[in-house]
Write a protein that binds this ligand. Structure first.
Ligand code: CP3
Length: 346
């Protein structure tokens, strides 16, 4: 099955085909910076929003309507699929896991669930979104990378130094690796199910990849991402985007991940990223999210600089270097979308 609709510039850019204008979307484009999101958030909890298809569909569509982006990303969270493995999750508002995974027995007890049983609400939202979105707007599904999800599972929430996670790997590598493997299997099946339900591309978020030294990245992060990508490709041919935040020190490994597009943060100039990664992979990024708070003259200059460094070769998707921040002025985000489209129209 070919998932590339010729009307869709985002999907064609992911496949490094020429496009009429540079596609734009933003990581965390649905969220608290939008009044429409806050209105729903006032009457519903975050998990309830993720688990109620009516709400997840509505929130996913909010930035598409308000900003004119070329892709919608499913409204959900990377932690949603680990509940079905047997790991309880809460949000206050950041993730909080009341019963962290710390022992071999706990790792062994984790399940690799069937997504149709563990997250039917996600698959329903994806199906409905595909029907509601116009053909020129792509639907992106997503999941977390095994390393990043393992840090939440073991640390019990966000962390600074990741000593619990790293200690697990130093002291009992077998248990740490079993946890990473189960997360890879669970999330590969999860991505496959999202694609089968109508997601046309998927992104793997490795937000904490930058906490690993390059050799440790090559041992504890990369192989599980490769395993996931191989498993997804066996069933589906949707473009796969990999975002490894702050991991440019492991650039040699990144080249080996097998994704169609590498999403880079703002610490790496895109011309350097392209020269290092080569021509058989696309790049996504990489405006610093904080520049969205700048006056338009400054912001415009930064956007133009990203476009200039990306160059004119096919295979660039405009995005931020990380997620939109909560207080971001919506008008600036909208202006960036219009500006990128106008500046790059051929
Ligand atoms: O991009 C989108 O618009 C889709 C929705 C999305 C959310 N989380 C919604 C969300 C996506 C793709 C994610 C991914 C995610 N979740 C990541 C990877 C991306 C990244 O930012 O690095 C991570 C690390 C998480 C874990 C997570 N979930 C954190 C750290 C937090 C707290 C952050 C905060 O801003 O408070 C969440 C909660 C969360 N996920 C919110 C949203 C809109 C805020 C919840 C609220 O409204 O209170």
């Amino acid at each position: 099955m070919s998932t590339t609709d010729p009307r869709n510039v985002f999907l064609r850019a992911c496949r490094r085909q020429p496009v009429e204008h540079r596609p734009v979307w933003f990581m965390r484009q649905a969220g608290r910076y939008m009044a429409e999101y806050r209105a729903i958030r006032e009457r519903a909890g975050f998990l309830e929003m993720c688990k109620t298809p009516d709400l997840a569909v509505e929130i996913t569509l909010q930035p598409v309507k308000a900003l004119g982006v070329d892709a919608a990303i499913l409204f959900s969270d990377i932690l949603i699929p680990i509940e079905g493995m047997g790991i309880a999750i809460e949000f206050k508002p950041g993730p909080l896991l009341p019963d962290p995974v710390r022992t071999r027995a706990q790792v062994q007890a984790l399940r690799v669930p069937d997504p149709h049983e563990s997250v039917p609400f996600v698959l329903e939202a994806v199906q409905r979104l595909r029907h509601e979105l116009p053909p020129e707007v792509a639907l992106i599904g997503f999941c977390g990378a095994p390393w990043t999800l393992a840090t939440y599972a073991v640390e019990g929430g966000g962390a600074k130094e990741f000593t619990r996670m790293k200690r697990l790997l130093y002291e009992d590598a077998g248990s740490g690796e079993l946890l990473l493997r189960k997360l890879a299997q669970t999330n590969a099946a999860y991505l496959q199910a999202q694609i089968a339900a109508g997601a046309q591309a998927v992104q793997i978020f490795d937000s904490w990849a930058g906490m690993l030294a390059p050799d440790d990245y090559a041992r504890w992060a990369l192989p599980y991402v490769q395993q996931m990508i191989e498993e997804v490709r066996r069933e589906a041919d949707a473009p796969i985007i990999y975002f490894a935040r702050d991991a440019w020190g492991a650039a040699d490994s990144l080249r080996e991940c097998g994704a169609d597009v590498i999403s880079v943060d703002w610490r790496v100039p895109l011309d350097v990223a392209r020269a290092t990664l080569g021509t058989d992979v696309g790049v996504q990024g990489n405006l610093d999210p904080a520049t969205l708070f700048a006056p338009w003259s400054v912001l415009q200059e930064r956007v133009d600089s990203v476009l200039a460094r990306a160059g004119d070769a096919p295979g660039h998707v405009f995005n931020l270097g990380h997620g939109i921040l909560p207080q971001t002025p919506v008008d600036n985000v909208r202006r960036v979308v219009d500006h990128v489209h106008e500046r790059t129209r051929v």
